[in-house]
Each structure stands twice: as C-alpha cells, then as structure tokens.
Design a protein around this ligand. Sequence first.
Ligand SMILES: Nc1ncnc2c1ncn2[C@@H]1O[C@H](COP(=O)(O)OP(=O)(O)OP(=O)(O)O)[C@@H](O)[C@H]1O
Length: 121
Amino acid sequence: MKKPPFYKSVQFTIKGLLWILRNERNFQIEIFGLIINLFLIVFFGLDPFETCLILITSFIVLITETVNTCIEKICDYIQPEFDQRIGIIKDLAGGAVLLSVIVSICVGTLVYWPYLKLFLY
Ligand SMILES: Nc1ncnc2c1ncn2[C@@H]1O[C@H](COP(=O)(O)OP(=O)(O)OP(=O)(O)O)[C@@H](O)[C@H]1O
C-alpha cells in the first residue's frame, strides 16, 4: 500500500482522537480532568516545573486510555466470544490506565497541596 502524504496521516490521527472523544466515556472524563487541571494551573499560578508535571501526568492518562481502547477494539475484533485469554489482556490494558491515574493523583496531590493550604487557611 502506498504511504499517504504527511498531512493525510495527521488527518487520520485527528480522526482517531475525535472518534475516542465522541465514543469513550472514560476518555471524556479524563479530558474533563485535564480541563480542570488547566484551570487550576492558571488559578494557582503554578511555576513551569509544576505545570509540566501536571500536564505530563494528565497526558499519560489520556495516552494509556487511548492505547487501552485500541487493545479492547483489537480483542473484540479477533475474539468477539468469551475467552479467558482475552479477558486477561483487557484486564492488563485496564491496569495500565489505573496505574497512570494513580500516579497522576499522587503528583496532583503533591503539587496542589501547598497552594490549597495557602488558599484554605
Ligand atoms: N471477550 C472477552 N472474554 C473474556 N473476558 C472479557 C471479554 N470481553 C471483556 N471481558 C472482561 O470484561 C472487562 C471489561 O471489558 P470491556 O471490553 O467491556 O471493557 P470496558 O468496560 O469498555 O473497559 P474500559 O472501562 O477500560 O474501557 C475486561 O477487563 C475483561 O475482564
């Protein structure tokens, strides 16, 4: 198959991201989380290092969710019936999302806590 031009490849990837945004509830929730983080970054005036930490961990969650959805789609395509091996593959992919969410909560707590303390007391 002939390789599409670069701008076409970019169009395909944007199509993929729009698809996941329209169809996957977890991805929508995580995008909402990113929007809240963007608001908090501006509200608390985080420094560049803290901003990078929050953005990197937020995007790691979105990336793992995208890969998880991709793995689920492949699994459903190759084995629509119940299969224990498919079950463990999907559980592992879901586990990767959970790990990324845990690290983003830890980083978020460490970064925001000093600002929250100042804001509350
Ligand atoms: N074909 C299958 N065979 C065996 N177990 C399956 C199969 N499909 C799904 N499962 C089990 O059900 C769980 C949920 O799978 P499903 O495809 O519904 O993902 P989901 O609910 O959309 O997950 P996520 O919230 O991560 O998007 C899997 O983690 C797995 O344990």
